[in-house]
Design a protein around this ligand. Structure first.
Ligand code: PGA
Length: 249
């Protein structure tokens, strides 16, 4: 069965709740496309107003982060139940900005992934290499390690429903999109790694996005690659361009 594409916006730390409502209202007529899953991952405080604004549309509202404990003395964190209680079905886990600025590691990513599955939330698991690592020729080794640790103790059934976002760090927010060949090569390596950990069926089912300066002009070629099942989009998800990205064909 063909994999359904998933195109997700990552708003990062942008948009107040009232701006979020305005943006959803602007984008909702532009992102209509039943062939694609459309997700807006928004700041925690924007989740509820964005959901209300998106009600009755094809837009799903996701979170940008989640903690791996159930509840308690973890000031400032968001628990999985808080997300599911309002109907969140997707959460970005282990974005490179969280790894860089908030000390997330492959181990905390794995704990969050397990917790998300435990609560029936689909994790969008991020991986990606730095420019130095690419120049050192260790991209594939690095990504395989990130994937292997992220999926520790994850069942094949859970893995099949996961989303992985391959985001080369040097391509994020820089306007420097990876070439189609680079993006396809790594997404294929990720799928092969999933096949090694699990089996071919799981590898065929899992969805792998490319992220990093995706634009309306780069999306069509990227999303046409055999192992690229959509995108995780930062900057361009805050603009009407996101409509063109969702309707990339
Ligand atoms: P960008 O961000 O599209 O602005 O490069 C992508 C991301 O960080 O998810």
């Amino acid at each position: 069965m063909a994999r359904k594409k998933i195109i997700a916006g990552n708003w990062k730390m942008n948009m107040t709740p009232s701006q979020a409502v305005e943006l959803v209202n602007t984008l909702k007529p532009l992102v209509v496309n039943d062939e694609v899953d459309v997700v807006f991952c928004v700041p925690a405080i924007d989740i509820i107003p964005a959901m209300e604004a998106a009600r009755g549309t094809n837009i799903q509202i996701g979170a940008e982060n989640m903690y791996y404990e159930e509840k308690g003395a973890f000031t400032g964190e968001i628990a999985p139940d808080m997300l599911t209680d309002v109907g969140v079905k997707y959460v970005i886990i282990g974005h490179s900005e969280r790894r860089e600025y908030f000390a997330e590691t492959d181990e905390t990513v794995n704990r969050k992934v397990l917790k998300a599955f435990e609560h029936g939330i689909t994790p969008i698991i991020c991986c990606g290499e730095s420019l130095t690592q690419r120049e050192q020729g260790i991209t594939i080794d690095w990504i395989r390690q990130q994937i292997k640790i992220a999926f520790l103790n994850v069942t094949a059934e859970q893995a099949a429903s996961a989303v992985i976002a391959y985001e080369p760090i040097w391509a994020i927010g820089t306007g420097k999109v990876a070439t189609t060949e680079q993006a396809q090569e790594v997404c294929k390596a990720i799928r092969d790694c999933i096949a090694e950990i699990y089996d071919q069926t799981t590898a065929e089912a899992i969805r792998i996005q490319y992220g990093g300066s995706v634009s309306a002009s780069s999306a069509p070629e990227l999303f046409a690659q055999p192992d690229i099942d959509g995108g995780l989009v930062g900057g361009a998800s805050l603009k009407p361009d996101f409509g063109a990205i969702v309707n990339y064909k």
